[in-house]
Design a protein around this ligand. Sequence first.
Ligand code: EPU
Length: 420
Amino acid sequence: MTEMIRVTGGARLFGQVEVSGAKNACLPIMAATLLASGTHQIQRVPALTDVDILGQILKQLGCDFSHVHDQELIKIQVPDSLHLIISQQLAAMMRASVVLLGPLLTRFGHCMLPFPGGDAIGVRPIGEHIRALRALGASIEEESHCLVAQARKRLRGTRVRFDITTVTGTENLIMAAVLAQGETEICHAAREPEIVDLCEALRHMGALIEGEGTDTIRIQGRDSLKPMDYRVMPDRIEAGTLAVAVAMTQGSICLQHACAAHMGATLDVLVRAGVQIKEQAEGLQVTCEQALKPVQISTAPYPGLATDMQAQLMAMTTFIQGVSTIEETIYENRFGHVKELQKMGAHIHTTGRLATIQGVSTLHGASVVATDLRASACLILAGLVAQGQTHITGIHHLDRGYARLEHKLASLGAQIQRLS
Ligand code: EPU
């Protein structure tokens, strides 16, 4: 069934909304359950297709997986031995399946994972993951589009320096190291809050880790770990997306559970553009009462501005009077939304990884196609302020990473529906 989202522009957003659990923390935490037999509980799990697909992969490996959607809870029962082959069909549906490599290799000494490949936003190589796991003693070869990973004996901790800042690469290495023999020191580690959350979950399992959130992480390997009962951090990208929606519609909302400490660079851009942000006990109050000012921004690894906010911020700049610039430094092809925004009347010029946006006074509704996850959110945001109706197809991308975004926006006053 092909679905689309229809947005009628013009409504201002008011009220309060709960921020869901973070996709990019939840997926590696689900993979981490493979590090210990027994029953794990994960709370504040967002209702996303990526979570469902990883659940199916865990089932294929031999785990019991159940997701109680209305309680945002999953239970994963990991047996003592697993079937260590992942089907091409499931792995191809989700690039993040690469985070299974570290846990399977360190605990079971073997794993066959279809090569995750690239996607719409870039080639996304995983050479750094492979180099890091090899440094711990694994042998990893590519055989007919599959990664065949083996460790003849227990992995051994060592000092590993990443050449490129990689989020899932750092996560894979951390998960491999928690059961390796001796100490692993990770230099030039990524510092994203989702990595800190994964380490916290691993600590609940008994792992010995220090330094997460900095670029040097030290891990003392343990002989075994125990099951976790863990609550996932709130999604800083979903919270940022909703904050941009408020900025664009000149509204005022409370983002319940949103954590300002994780959102520094995004909030900084919004404040520079003229948005007011107040931290309150229940979350973040975001208010916009004035015309926005142009911004000059560039994405970067954390604590820099998240590439996962780039498309949404571009939607915001399309109608800010003056010239804004957005540089995408992480992915070589993350401007798929530009062509679609242009269909809505946006004036955007791109040269390589730089987009120059000349704000227009109004966008107009159009039929547009979401080319990737964050592009889908960007087009919904543009639809909120466009004159008339915007129809967005390619909604399967949205469902990968946003839990009921259209319901949340509708509860704040947006005119938005999902149509089949
Ligand atoms: N890179 C390499 N070689 C490697 C690893 C990475 O060249 O071995 C490059 C990538 O191609 C990219 C850059 O380094 O250009 C950063 O990639 P990274 O490995 O950090 O990305 P990731 O771990 O695959 C995670 C998120 C992405 C998010 C990026 C950057 C998960 C499951 N995914 O991907 O999330 O954009 O970090 O912050 O955590 C999204 O949620 O929309 C999304 C794409």
